[in-house]
Design a protein around this ligand. Structure first.
Ligand SMILES: Nc1ncnc2c1ncn2[C@@H]1O[C@H](COP(=O)(O)OP(=O)(O)OP(=O)(O)O)[C@@H](O)[C@H]1O
Ligand SMILES: [Mg+2]
Length: 265
């Protein structure tokens, strides 16, 4: 593998996890995503950055068909994960979302116990044959989310009773419990203090070993810390995509440069 494997818009075919081509999203008459083509690599953290309203969340939601739940939203184009068209009629969005987990800006644990929050997905997807296996998945997921030690003695307590940072790590544990291959994170640290942010960022480093992670962030320092690839969005277009270091030190597009130097955004 040499350093030339990444080109401007693509990654080497054997490393592509998510391939999006000519994606358009409309909310009624609003054209929110304009002809976005991007290949997202496996076992890599990819950051989406750009000014508020530029379409980062909208595009992220295309990747696990969360836009299906918004009545006015219409998605066109082609998105493939491991070569499979995720908008094919035969694809069950619920199954897809087990494979493509999502963590939101605001921690949103179910009003249930810590245990139930994590075991819910594996249960509905039949990933455990018995209670012992389910216990095992819950423990592994909580460990992977760096939360196990803090909650192992109170798995029956409500998830909503945890601190904000713990709730977000619980949501990450819930997302990884179904053994996803892709993890989408929409500003996962914006409601967290610096210590919890640091914990989640460390976690993202570890998650990268197993998953393709896509993170939307408003923090450019966070994008530089956690991601290897960065895509800059502007008014619904993806105007620049490349290695994170290059985007931040040597942006090619004036719009990217203006954003990262603080002139817009
Ligand atoms: N549910 C919706 N219905 C109608 N329009 C929407 C909806 N969600 C987003 N939009 C519009 O689509 C465009 C892109 O919004 P989106 O939320 O994807 O931007 P964003 O980059 O995530 O912004 P932010 O950084 O503020 O989260 C905006 O013009 C927004 O107003
Ligand atoms: Mg957003």
């Amino acid at each position: 593998m040499n350093d030339m494997r990444f080109t401007e818009r693509t990654v080497a075919t054997d490393e592509v996890k998510i391939a999006a081509k000519g994606v358009q999203v409309y909310y009624g008459d609003t054209h929110a995503i304009k002809d976005v083509t991007i290949d997202i690599a496996d076992k890599t953290v990819t950051a989406f950055i750009g000014p508020s309203g530029c379409g980062k969340s909208t595009f992220l939601r295309c990747i696990n068909r969360m836009n299906d739940t918004i009545p006015s939203a219409r998605v066109e184009g082609d998105i493939r994960i491991d070569g499979e068209d995720i908008y094919d009629k035969r694809v069950d969005p619920v199954q897809l979302r087990a494979k493509v987990g999502m963590v939101f800006q605001k921690p949103n644990p179910f009003p249930k116990s810590i245990y139930d929050n994590v075991s819910y997905g594996p249960k509905i997807h039949g990933l455990a044959r018995n209670k012992a296996e389910l216990d095992e998945i819950v423990e592994t997921s909580l460990r992977r989310a760096a939360l196990w030690d803090e909650v192992k003695d109170r798995l029956g307590a409500p998830g909503t009773g945890l601190s904000g940072g713990q709730q977000q790590r619980l949501c990450i544990a819930r997302a990884v419990a179904t053994s996803p291959e892709v993890l989408l994170m929409d500003e996962p640290c914006s409601a967290l203090d610096p210590i919890a942010t640091d914990q989640v960022e460390n976690l993202i480093h570890e998650l990268r070993e197993r998953y393709s992670v896509v993170i939307v962030t408003h923090s450019m320092s966070q994008a530089s810390r956690v991601s290897q690839r960065t895509a800059y969005f502007h008014l619904g277009e993806m105007v620049e995509y490349g290695d994170t270091g290059d985007i931040f030190t040597n942006p090619k597009d004036e719009r990217t440069e203006n954003y990262i130097t603080g002139r817009i955004g």
